[in-house]
Design a protein around this ligand. Structure first.
Ligand SMILES: *[C@@H]1O[C@H](CO)[C@@H](O)[C@H](O)[C@H]1NC(C)=O
Ligand SMILES: *[C@@H]1O[C@H](CO)[C@@H](O)[C@H](O)[C@H]1NC(C)=O
Ligand SMILES: *[C@@H]1O[C@H](CO)[C@@H](O)[C@H](O)[C@H]1NC(C)=O
Ligand SMILES: *[C@@H]1O[C@H](CO)[C@@H](O)[C@H](O)[C@H]1NC(C)=O
Ligand SMILES: *[C@@H]1O[C@H](CO)[C@@H](O)[C@H](O)[C@H]1NC(C)=O
Length: 484
């Protein structure tokens, strides 16, 4: 490291140390989702240290990958382990559920502080067309039965994290909440089972998506300090969509005969890029309001008291599908390299302080892949940009995003660089038909970061493009070549 950089890093470390010395501020009891859909994962043991430094003592994982799970052993951190949707069908056989519990739970003994098993992830999303409708509840029942048989049923509960679209309110009032008519039967069966086994209902609530999905949505109602209210019956007033949504669920549970069922918010958060409303300023405003709310233990109108909440998510994940929107890769409260993005006070006192980042992160060489000014084959640009964006990540280039303001040349360089970095700076990933060059000049501009990737602690490389895409690309390039 150059001396100046070392000095800066030292100063940053000092800053973090100082802001964490404040003894009065204990973190609220909040959990985080630790996802793994990224090309360059950080070392799990460093992540676990960071969690403890921040006083975050609950995590939710989307599968039971031994790599993070082993780092969590003996950490004192409480864990919710996920079973992916594509395993639900297998888990509807009891023997497979027993095998899962044996390999992914019992094998760790008391070292793993397991609290919940999340069977599936939002399996009833409308966009899945009912694919997991028949297998989810049998899988849930089998996993709980296997936990019971292993003697763990009293302390480990199986549940199913669901998207907030499993319930509706015909007149938009929280008190009219009910399960979606097309899944009412299966939901009723499920919540009765959860109730009988002392398991909670886990729901993901996203005020950002309410805003994203409807231009008519009242902007201020997405936040906790908006001063915008909606009225329910009997003079009850809601000042934010999170509370209104939560109470719509509570009403639906009551209607299904399990009014007292415990509710856990499995995911809540705000993204910082990839959409005009996804930025640091609004994310900071949202989290600030959320943390203050949690610290007050005020709960909602129908459920006063402490809320049980997991933030989404820990890091930006560059392999997440962008089918729901370009913001999908930008949900992290920390950056891809484990740094806090904006001030966030987990004590809920609104102090201007940063989370502790992940320490010991190492970077690839400080170099970038950019468009070569002198390159001749300009006709091959469109195909190569398409290639770079398909295998890389261009989600920061859109309207209202962090790299929206780039000129055309920088725009192309951005795409090339993202692809190059995600491919671990392989020189072959900075060719683009001779249109690109590697440079050691930082290509970042104000607000638009051209990242240098980290040395991956393991995991996967960006997927090589599928041959169908390649064929399409070859055809494209051939046609372009023909024309010229
Ligand atoms: C344990 O979990 C891992 C990770 O989710 C999974 O790949 C594996 O199949 C599970 N084991 C069994 C026996 O189901
Ligand atoms: C669901 O159905 C729609 C419309 O029929 C289709 O476009 C989509 O690919 C389907 N999705 C899945 C996951 O099957
Ligand atoms: C930059 O790239 C994005 C995504 O490919 C595109 O939508 C935008 O029009 C480009 N802007 C310029 C100035 O070329
Ligand atoms: C890029 O590399 C090529 C080949 O090494 C070289 O001819 C060209 O001058 C370089 N362009 C720039 C802008 O450095
Ligand atoms: C490149 O510049 C950006 C913006 O000035 C900065 O945030 C980033 O740390 C720099 N990258 C390196 C590797 O120096």
């Amino acid at each position: 490291m150059a001396p100046l950089l070392r000095l800066l890093a030292g100063a940053a470390a000092l800053l973090v140390a100082v802001s964490h010395a404040s003894a009065w501020s204990s973190a609220v009891d909040v959990g985080v989702n630790w996802g793994s859909q990224l090309t360059h994962p950080l070392l799990p043991s460093s992540v676990v240290k960071m969690l403890k430094d921040n006083g975050i003592m609950k995590v939710k994982l989307f599968d039971a990958d031994p790599w993070p799970v082993e780092a969590l052993l003996d950490s004192g951190i409480e864990v919710m382990l996920g079973i992916p949707n594509d395993m639900l069908e297998i888990m509807s056989s009891y023997g497979s559920a027993q095998d899962w519990v044996k390999e992914n739970v019992t094998a760790y003994g008391d070292k793993l502080k397991l609290k919940y098993v999340a069977v599936g992830n939002e399996p009833f999303l409308k966009s899945y067309n009912g694919t997991f409708m028949k297998t989810t509840v049998p899988a849930l029942k089998n996993i709980q039965k296997a936990l019971d048989a292993a003697g763990l049923g009293d302390k480990v509960k199986a549940t199913v994290p669901l998207n907030a679209d499993v319930y509706v309110s015909p007149d938009d009032k929280p008190s009219s909440g009910q399960f979606r008519p097309d899944i009412d039967d299966v939901m009723t069966d499920m919540v009765k089972f959860l109730h009988d086994h002392g398991a909670p209902f886990v729901v993901n609530i996203y005020p950002f998506l309410s805003l994203y999905q409807s231009d008519d949505f009242p902007f201020e109602f997405a936040f906790f300090d908006g001063g915008r209210n909606i009225q329910d019956k009997d003079g009850v007033s809601y000042s934010n969509v999170f509370d209104a949504n939560y109470d719509t669920l509570v009403s639906a549970l009551k209607k299904a005969g399990v009014g007292g069922l415990k509710v856990v918010v499995g995911e809540v958060g705000w993204p910082t890029d990839g959409n005009k409303n996804a930025n640091m300023k609004l994310a900071r405003r949202f989290y600030d309001g959320l943390m203050k709310k949690l610290a007050k233990n005020e709960g909602t109108h129908l459920r006063p008291g402490k809320l049980d909440v997991y933030l989404f998510g820990l890091f930006d994940e560059d392999l997440k599908s962008i089918a729901p929107g370009n913001f999908e890769r930008h949900w992290g409260i920390l950056t891809y390299d484990g740094k806090p993005k904006f001030p966030m006070d987990l004590s809920g006192q609104g102090h201007d302080k940063l989370l502790a980042g992940v320490s010991g992160v190492q970077y690839l060489p400080h170099q970038w892949c950019v468009l070569d000014d002198e390159a001749k084959a300009q006709d091959k640009l469109p195909g190569n940009i398409q290639y770079a964006c398909a295998g890389g990540d261009c989600t920061a280039l859109g309207y209202g995003c962090s790299c929206d303001g780039l000129d055309e040349k920088s725009n192309i360089s951005y795409a090339f660089n993202m692809y190059f970095q995600m491919q671990d700076q392989d020189v072959r990933a900075c060719d683009f038909d001779g249109l690109a060059n590697i440079t050691d000049k930082n290509a970042s501009t104000k607000g638009c970061l051209f990242p240098v990737q980290i040395i991956s602690a393991g995991g996967r490389m960006a997927p090589a493009l599928r041959w169908t895409t390649l064929l399409a690309l070859v055809a494209h390039v051939l046609v372009m070549g023909f024309i010229v």
